[in-house]
Design a protein around this ligand. Structure first.
Ligand code: HEC
Length: 117
């Protein structure tokens, strides 16, 4: 009986570890589907332009190489990461507020952009 209990408990512990490992890995890699929703959301970034990313980059057109780039140059300003480039578009194009580069929305939107290539 005791052996069975220990076996059951170990199985549960392993299950929990696998679950934690899986959920945290989706966190760091982002979720493409959620990123696409944000990309199409006219309210994203609290922008006042009534545009979404998709208004200027329909279905991510033109962003196919962005996932691999290390340097960006948008509207005369230089950016050193994809997150910075996204924030420039939020501020200048959507007329919104830059978001935390490690926030869930940013991680998901970056996952979506990286999936375009
Ligand atoms: C008003 C139009 C407009 C909107 C809205 C817009 N962008 Fe942009 N975006 C541009 C322009 C213009 C450029 C610079 C030219 C280019 O590289 O296509 C650019 C460049 C970029 C780049 C760099 C591409 C590269 O390879 O250098 C990324 C990434 C990007 N935008 C993401 C976004 C995201 C994410 C959103 C939504 C938060 C967004 N854009 C909203 C117009 C817009």
């Amino acid at each position: 009986m005791k052996v069975l209990k220990i076996a059951a408990l170990s199985l549960m512990a392993i299950g929990l570890l696998v679950f934690v490992a899986c959920t945290s890995s989706t966190d760091t890699n982002g979720e493409i589907g959620k990123g696409k929703m944000v990309f199409n959301d006219v309210n994203f970034g609290a922008g006042t332009s009534e545009k979404s990313c998709n208004s200027c980059h329909p279905d991510g057109k033109g962003l196919e190489k962005a996932g691999d780039k290390k340097e960006f140059n948008i509207m005369g300003k230089k950016q050193n990461s994809l997150e910075e480039a996204v924030n420039v578009c939020i501020e200048m194009a959507l007329k919104g507020k830059a978001i935390d580069p490690v926030s869930e929305d940013m991680v998901n939107i970056v996952a979506y952009i990286k999936s375009l290539k």
